[in-house]
Write a protein that binds this ligand. Structure first.
Ligand SMILES: O=C(O)c1cc(=O)[nH]c(=O)n1[C@@H]1O[C@H](COP(=O)(O)O)[C@@H](O)[C@H]1O
Length: 238
């Protein structure tokens, strides 16, 4: 497979899902030798705001600012313009055509990721929302629309990554949350996969939060995940 070149220490995007900005930044200090990509989501951004992003960027690490925007086009475009010149690598919007289009129109250099179907959703949630098709159908539909608009990447579960690669080739990066290493609890995630399976399916980046945050020895845990990823990228000969 012709994969996007990503250094191993950027393959895992560690979701800094904490309420306390000081604690989150301590984790960045603790782990920056091992992981160079951090996700700032709604909880931490509302708690700590731009200083959190600035701290991570100043350490030379990458930031995915995950605020999953969904609003009228003008509001989305003007909101994304606020992300310019802050050193942010990725940001997220819901993968609905007009929202994606507006985020791209902001033209800030920050790469836009379209969230297809949340990894906490299964077929039951789609039925509640009156979607008649399968999760796969909706992921493919949203991914196709986003990519046609020129979106830089997609967020989906690792379970759909192979399907997206077969439909759309190497267009756009694929970022997969809902990663659950063997032995970890799914919690509220429904469409999960192991790190190795995500890579084999064609994911470029793996968003991982609680399994790392709650590990007894985070450095050792990350090293094991990175070995699993490296092995899936280039399996050792049997
Ligand atoms: O956009 C995301 O990052 C995202 C999309 C999605 O469909 N599912 C999902 O879990 N996420 C985020 O990925 C992270 C997953 O965290 P853990 O379930 O703790 O590994 C959380 O910060 C979620 O907000």
């Amino acid at each position: 497979m012709n994969r996007v070149e990503v250094p191993l220490h950027e393959r895992i995007i560690f979701a800094l899902d904490l309420a306390n900005p000081a604690e989150a930044l301590q984790l960045v200090d603790q782990l920056a030798d091992h992981i160079r990509f951090f996700k700032v989501g709604l909880q931490l951004f509302f708690a700590g705001g731009w200083p959190v992003v600035e701290y991570i960027v100043a350490k030379g690490c990458k930031v995915m600012l995950d605020l999953k925007l969904y609003d009228i086009p003008t509001t989305v475009r003007l909101a994304v313009q606020q992300f310019a010149d802050r050193g942010i690598t990725f940001t997220t919007v819901h993968g609905y055509g007009p929202v994606v289009e507006a985020a791209l129109a902001a033209d800030t250099g920050v790469r836009i990721l379209a969230v297809t179907v949340l990894t906490s959703f299964g077929s039951e949630q789609l039925q509640e929302l009156n979607y008649t098709g399968t999760v796969d159908d909706l992921v493919v539909q949203r991914a196709g629309a986003a990519l046609r608009l020129g979106c830089h990447g997609l967020v989906c579960s690792a379970r759909e990554a192979a399907l997206l690669r077969s439909r759309f080739g190497e267009k756009g990066v694929i970022v997969t949350p809902g990663i659950r290493p063997v032995g970890s609890e799914p919690g509220d995630q429904q469409r999960t996969a192991t790190p190795g399976q995500a890579i084999i399916n064609g994911a470029d980046y793996l968003v991982i939060g609680r399994p790392i945050r709650d590990a007894d020895n985070r450095e050792q845990y990350i090293a094991a995940l990175q070995r699993e990823i490296a092995n899936a990228l280039s399996p050792e000969p049997q």
